[in-house]
Design a protein around this ligand. Structure first.
Ligand SMILES: Nc1ncnc2c1ncn2[C@@H]1O[C@H](COP(=O)(O)OP(=O)(O)OP(=O)(O)O)[C@@H](O)[C@H]1O
Ligand SMILES: O=C(O)c1ccc[n+]([C@@H]2O[C@H](COP(=O)([O-])O)[C@@H](O)[C@H]2O)c1
Length: 192
């Protein structure tokens, strides 16, 4: 049987415990063998200006998953044209890993926007998608998406936005990110 790998796409601005608990849950509690955290240098819907440097965002994800055999930091979007279209990334990953079946992992808050993504119809027709609940997001209507399933997962109300606010205000981010990421973030000047 082919390996099933879940893909958690994100800007990871920065990676935090919410991402990691969710990734570990999917890698150990579902039919997935592994979860890869795909670092997106430039989300087509986000202004590049608000993002921390892409090489740093990738390095923090690498630090966060180090030593975990189920999780991997995936940098393929750094080699692909910008902005980063998920459908193009899936094409590139399938070419590179022919024995692997990829599953898209997505928060219930993101699903309603997916029809606006580049080649969304092909993306959702070709790829199994597991949607997980997000705080405040209503259960999505899945009738229009035959390959999309809703799965249970822990709800953690942590976000990159909140962590950046804490860093700017000089507040502790202990336990919101792994210790190695906390140490790396401590070298960045968030007041500048
Ligand atoms: N606490 C969380 N629990 C589950 N999924 C999350 C959580 N935070 C983010 N995600 C999901 O992880 C993916 C990557 O998230 P992203 O890098 O945008 O982080 P974020 O914390 O939402 O950042 P920001 O606040 O900067 O938008 C997205 O699909 C997002 O929905
Ligand atoms: O492919 C698209 O058109 C597309 C449009 C918007 C968002 N995405 C992807 O969705 C992922 C989640 O984005 P983010 O930055 O909100 O974590 C990220 O990998 C984006 O590249 C993809």
């Amino acid at each position: 049987m082919s390996r099933r790998v879940g893909l958690l796409f994100g800007s990871f601005n920065p990676v935090h415990t919410g991402h990691l608990i969710l990734a570990e849950y999917f890698a150990t509690r579902t039919d997935l063998d592994e979860v890869w955290l795909v670092v997106t240098p430039h989300n087509p819907f986000k202004a590049a200006g608000g993002l921390l440097p892409e090489a740093e965002r990738l390095r923090w994800v690498e630090l966060a998953v180090a030593g975990n055999p189920h999780l991997r930091a995936e940098a393929i979007e750094f080699e692909l044209p910008r902005p980063s279209y998920t459908v193009a990334t899936l094409d590139a990953l399938r070419l590179r890993h022919p024995g692997t079946e990829f599953v898209l992992l997505m928060g219930a808050d993101n699903l309603p926007g997916v029809p606006q993504w580049h080649n969304a119809h092909r993306l959702l027709a070709e790829t199994d998608t597991y949607v997980y609940p997000r705080p405040g997001a209503p259960a999505p209507h899945l009738a229009a998406f035959p390959r999309v399933q809703l799965l249970e997962a822990p709800l953690l109300d942590i976000s990159g936005t909140y962590i950046r606010e804490c860093l700017r205000a000089g507040y502790s981010i202990r336990y919101l990110v792994p210790p190695a990421v906390e140490a790396a973030l401590a070298t960045i000047d968030f007041q500048a």
